[in-house]
Design a protein. Sequence first.
Length: 587
Amino acid sequence: MPPKNTNLRWEIINPSRQHESFGAQSQNVAIPAPILTILANRGITDPQDIDNFLNPSLDQLPPPQLLLGLDRAVNILTEAWLRKTPVLVHGDYDADGVTATALLVKFFREINLPVFYHLPNRLNEGYGLNLESLPVLRKLPGIAEHSAPILLTVDCGITNHAEIAAANDLGFRVIVTDHHQPDPNLPAAEAIINPHQPGCTFPFRELAGVGVAFYLAAGLRAEMVRQGVWEKKAQPNLKRFLDLVAIGTVADMVSLGGANRILVKIGLEVINQAPSPGIKALLEQIGHGAGKATSETIAYQMAPRINAAGRTGAAEQALLLLLAEDEKSATVLAEVLGQANQLRKDLSESMYNSARIQAEEQFAAGRFALVVSGEGWSPGIAGLVATKLAREFWRPTVVLVLNVEDQVRGSARSVGKLDILACLRECSAYLNKYGGHPAAAGVSLDFAKVAVFHESLNESVAMAASPTDMEPRLEIDLWADPGEVMEESILNYVQNLGPYGNGNQEPIFGSRPEGVKLSEVKKVGTDSLRFRIEAPGKGLSGIGFGLARWAETAKEGPLCLAYTITRNNFRGNESWEVRLVDVKIPL
């Protein structure tokens, strides 16, 4: 999503790569020249790569065996299947962790491997494995009776050195599946699957946690076919689980290129054609028409409800929804998630209003990094507020929940291409724990170190940030007249370029004033702009969220527009719609 800032600097991604230069190539491959420009802007120029991108299929996925540690994990699980040794799947409380847990629980149940699960309570256990909860889990009925049950982490574990050592002492055999950045030294697990670990040759490192879990299931299925447990034609159909992979992958904001694009594209087909009872109920709860879900549906409607359960300390409700086998129970659980989402919205608004006052003062003081804090705030909402503040002020932001008697916990969000995880690493002397991604991370530290941590982080960001990291920009794919963009051939390809998300943003078109004709301009809602954009023989309705201030100017004369084109689904009716991203007065 483009930054929500009123002073964006527009940049053409590659000025020399405007679509006129692709005329000859366009004729050769029968793809409209503007589409070739958009593909080239994403580094896709080879004809075979173009074909693979536009027509993704499961047979294009890299084989599971390329993931370092997968063979060892498969051997442990195969032995567990033969001996009926229980597996405890330990997930995380966000949408990626919940979907990854649901996927493996469903798969293990299908192959009759004894399986249990645990999702940490965000409010009192925190992220990942927990030293206090491990002995309790070891004593669970069904696990306590076995001398060496398996603890299998999903979307967590790669930095849980002390916890994994404790799990080993408790008699667990530990398998870690994760996608977060590892420390230089890996934990003492019996098997580790993480595409970021040293020595891993998997060609696509940006899998989400649920993607790694899917690959583990694929590797285990392949080994059991090899051993003759099933004939290939009778093996479990893993495509059915790609709905979960799509949700977790989009929700975790990993790159939607490479293998992730394939997994999400096919996963959306599953969601739209054969949704599980839980996902069907979730779609009905948000009022979404059957067969119309997109990556945007996941990002802005489905994932927030799944995440809301974890943010309010009830992640298991979301898991139970995804595991539901009948429509009645799924409907009830979907309603619970809807209520949790409303609570999340209320908490988020209150917390944001308080945090923004601090952020505004720090921004005015010239801080490179914003660190805001408050007592009584919800740890589960910290990431949402950090994201909103970072986007508004265009500064990396940390939101901390203060507790003078315990560790202070919080969430960090970056801007531009700044690696917030690397900056936190520079400040690690003041942190008790940290981890995550270059764009988003979690931290914990002592109350007494909050001020010195802020100073250290500010210095780290000042050293690491380039001038462009601190300046909000809007990257435009190409200049084009609206009439050109409205051509049916262009619209069909724009739809096929999805699913959109991190690493594959919706194409943003720029139109100069001489090609823009607006009509029916009016303010709608509290702060949005509704209009119609006209071209010879055609026209489309448009919306500009948060851009109502341009209503009178738009009525008076032409403007430069930056916009996307999307399929709008309103009450079951689909139509193309222009969505304004930004507006400028011509020079």
